[in-house]
Design a protein around this ligand. Sequence first.
Ligand code: ADP
Ligand code: MG
Length: 371
Amino acid sequence: MQNAVVISGLEKRFTRKQDDAVSLAVDNVGFTVPPGSFYTLLGPSGCGKTTTLRCLAGLESADRGEISMNGKSVFSADDRRDVPPEDRPIAMVPQSYGIWPHMKVFDNAAFPLRYGRKTCSRTEVRTRVLAMLEQVGLAEYVDRWSTQLSGGQQQRLALARALLCEPEVLLLDEPLSNLDAKLRAQLRAELRSFQQRFGVTTLYVTHDQGEALAMSDTIVVMNKGRIEQIGSPAEIYDSPASRFVADFVGSANLIPGVLDGTAGARVVEAKTSIGVLRCERFTTPPAAGREVHVCIRPEHIRVVDEIPETGAANRFPARITATEYLGDRREVVVAVDDVELRAHADAHLAARPGDDVGVVLDPAWTVALWS
Ligand code: ADP
Ligand code: MG
């Protein structure tokens, strides 16, 4: 099957009006979205997510690169091709939802069927709009003014309107960011199940790593206009490719060191200020002597009673500096020499700040990062 979206070498510059300073908002971005997948652009504010999405929608013209949808080129800087938004097989829900306040719920949802790419008869509009509003749980609000809807309901209305366009690709820009935390968690499950039910290829933009991990088939992590890593949620979380990804997605302990020769095909060793660390996760290891950062997530550090001998691999004597009871676990800060590490311990761990303990950094979950 053809890939739903293929982007390559996308570049977009903006010139600031006041001083003509040029910034590269999107810098050599490329990825391939398989049909039917939930594909997420994740990154901090200002990293170029919205600009990438707007280039896909045809609302922004890139300076370089190519975009194709379902095997058809919709943008090519070299060939000077730029298919207008209304002729691309997409629907976009902008961050603000774009709901018309002067229209009722029904008319908002019906808008694309009356004025869009594929218009249809009055009776068909009525049938399809009512069926879709039913699907998103807004059947009883058909005759309300759209301003009388709650944030979550407006979000569902925007989604219903986009789905009524029967897009081949649905573009969603931070659709949950205006909602409170509880509703956000509920709607993210809902959104994912709509997406699966309709089978529509979805490009989803968010700065929320929890949302990205929970909803996506594939995550593209962006930073300063560039792609840092593309992978499944588990690949991104368990095998981050850079310090930026390790730190932005979840929380990570990062310990600087130097690669100490290759211990084997499946493990590398890094010399760090707390001792030698064995890492079973890494990309192709470069030459010994190269600077690395060793990354380990708090849940892969065990706090133990017995204090290990110095020199044992990935086991160190440590002192507890702080603990915090979170109900289901205890967050512990331990100092190994003067390096502080965060660990998750049993909620009922008896040790308290000042106590001497041991820590074990599971080599299977220890990652050597080159950048
Ligand atoms: P994100 O959606 O990841 O927060 P954006 O794509 O909105 O990021 O912005 C990326 C960068 O491009 C930012 O530095 C932003 O200030 C800049 N930018 C976006 N749109 C414009 C514009 N119309 N004019 C000038 N700069 C812009
Ligand atoms: Mg944005």
